[in-house]
Write a protein of this length. Structure first.
Length: 83
């Protein structure tokens, strides 16, 4: 995948707002509540996760799954569709 595209997508994820994540999830057929989006983005943006790095992505998903397994599954599905 093009390096510039990867950089743009990572930047988009890192600048995404909770309401933006809710809208994005809806576009791809996932339902995420505002408070769930805040938790997801808190993890992704706090760690500055490169979503193309499988290890970083899995670490963030495991952290989310520790308290919200269903949400982690949905976010994994969303990221899989984006990638």
């Amino acid at each position: 995948m093009n390096s510039m595209f990867r950089q743009m997508l990572n930047q988009k994820i890192n600048q995404l707002t909770p309401s933006g994540l809710v809208k994005l999830a809806k576009q791809y057929g996932f339902k995420i509540k505002q408070d769930e989006a805040e938790k997801v983005l808190g993890i992704l943006q706090q760690q500055d996760v490169d979503i193309f790095n499988k290890s970083q992505r899995q670490t963030a998903l495991k952290q989310l799954a520790a308290t919200h397994p269903d949400l982690a599954r949905d976010i994994k599905g969303l990221l899989d569709r984006l990638l």
